[in-house]
Design a binder for this molecule. Structure first.
Ligand SMILES: [Zn+2]
Length: 471
């Protein structure tokens, strides 16, 4: 739920408050001028006017203005005003867009309380360039998908079950042009031999499914006779991750409804490309499973024959994301043609240890794709940091009895890279990037302009990439 009712590119009447900006002056200290970097100075200037002092390093980091936007929304919701004018005279177009982004991200709320909340903020941007109105309309469309992702990820695993996830995506797909949706159930997966997906889902009463969505704009059909997609997306959809028989400690399980963020993200991106009428062919694949311990669950030490034919020794049933991604990616390469493939997965706790909550890890074998995505991440504030996938690391997943095993070697670390080189075993071309966003898909605390919960990380990032870099 977005708490902003609307944003207008004019002064609104009967506003309860006006905010204007000034830039912090560097503070004199004994030795030197010190930079002011904290974007949280609000001064009441009387007559319902507030001066917001932005830090003077805002030009170095576009994310600062998003933080200002987030901070303003928190303030406004806290003091319970409804109609506000914000004077953006000093802002250039990019700053205004970043301010709106920060406000929109921050004003999202998720709850299942019996008393519903309604959007209530109306914001007038005073002295804003009117031509930005069109960009704002597009942002609103985009944020529908960012928030669709957040709703799916925030949804508890007893509500957003495998079937419910499929139903919600089906319903959305109906309202979009040039979208097709295929759903494989567990019988289909069995016939296809997607045994890694089946192995992960074996312990749950909720059977695995595989969702395949395509977006094929009609113009493209006429132009290109071949069936090549411009972009393939694969997203990890573990509806709930208990760890399976390698069960997680209770505390680590509390947020494991978020383990399907990859699936939600790739479905939302594909629907967004349709609604934004982007002229690129996109295919998204999302395996959906529930990882549970039971008498029928996969056991540590089991060996699975994967869809690709490679045999996989499952030594830890909590390293399940890579298994379902392995089969799905192998299926994508075998059955479709595409220029680039990006997978999104909340894959490893090691990613959080390496990067904290401010960046996701990117790995892969396509340096152009990786570089382009890092650039889009810098632009959108959804930052990526590259880790290597040198062959040395593949040594760590050699199994004594099968082709590969699903974990590395105790004490040698590199958990995020081990996850990636496992997936690499199923990648067939040099056109792949893997985003491990266990660090950024969901926050338990408030981080930057994100309130606790799902962030929608990846949607704005990939849409920027598709619009500006993918060709
Ligand atoms: Zn797991």
């Amino acid at each position: 739920m977005e708490m902003i009712k609307d944003i207008y590119f004019k002064t609104i009447e009967n506003s309860e408050l006006t905010i204007f900006f000034s830039v912090a002056e560097a503070q004199e200290t004994n030795k030197e001028k010190k930079e002011v970097k904290e974007p949280n100075k609000l001064y009441v200037r009387g007559n319902n006017v507030i001066e917001y002092v932005i830090p003077n390093n805002f030009k170095e980091d576009t994310d600062i203005i998003r933080k200002v936007g987030g901070h303003i929304i928190d303030y406004l919701l806290n003091i319970y005003v409804k109609r506000v004018n914000i004077d953006v005279s000093n802002f250039d177009s990019q700053m205004i867009i970043n301010l709106i982004e920060g406000m929109m991200i921050s004003s999202y709320q998720f709850n299942i309380k019996s008393k519903a909340v309604e959007p209530r903020l109306e914001i007038g941007l005073v002295n804003a360039n009117k031509s930005l109105e069109k960009e704002y309309e597009e942002l609103k469309t985009l944020f529908y998908y960012v928030n669709m992702t957040r709703d799916l990820v925030n949804g508890p695993a007893n509500i957003v079950t495998i079937d419910e996830f499929v139903e919600r995506i089906k319903k959305e797909a109906k309202n979009h042009e040039h979208i097709t949706l295929k759903v494989f159930n567990s019988d289909d997966l069995e016939k296809l031999g997607m045994n890694q997906i089946l192995a992960v889902g074996k312990g749950s009463v909720n059977k695995p499914k595989l969702l395949i969505m395509t977006y094929n704009p009609s113009q493209k059909n006429k132009e290109s006779q071949n069936n090549e997609y411009d972009l393939a997306l694969v997203g990890k959809g573990v509806i709930f991750d208990s760890g399976g028989l390698s069960i997680k400690p209770a505390k680590s399980m509390e947020t494991m409804k978020e383990d399907m963020a990859g699936a939600a993200t790739v479905m939302a991106i594909t629907l967004a490309t349709s609604k934004l009428r982007l002229n690129k062919k996109v295919i998204a694949l999302a395996p959906l499973v529930e990882n549970m311990p039971s008498g029928s669950a996969t056991k540590p030490g089991d060996v699975i024959k994967s869809y690709s034919g490679k045999t996989v020794e499952v030594l830890n049933t909590d390293a399940e994301g890579r298994l379902i991604l392995g089969d799905t990616i192998a299926y994508a390469y075998k059955n479709y043609k595409f220029k680039k493939l990006i997978d999104f997965a909340t894959l490893t706790g090691a990613c959080i240890i390496a990067l904290g909550p401010f960046a996701a890890a990117i790995l892969g074998n396509d340096e152009t794709l990786i570089k382009d995505l890092i650039e889009s991440g810098e632009k959108t504030g959804e930052r990526l940091w590259q880790l290597p996938t040198w062959n040395d690391y593949s040594e760590l997943i050699k199994s004594k009895i099968a082709d590969i095993k699903n974990i590395g070697i105790d004490g040698l670390g590199a958990g995020t890279i081990v996850g990636a080189v496992f997936i690499k075993e199923f990648v067939e071309n040099k056109n792949w990037a893997h985003v491990d966003f266990a660090s950024t898909a969901f926050h338990e605390q408030k981080i930057k302009y994100y309130h606790p919960g799902a962030t929608g990380f990846g949607v704005r990032l990939v849409i920027d990439y598709v619009k500006n870099k993918l060709n």
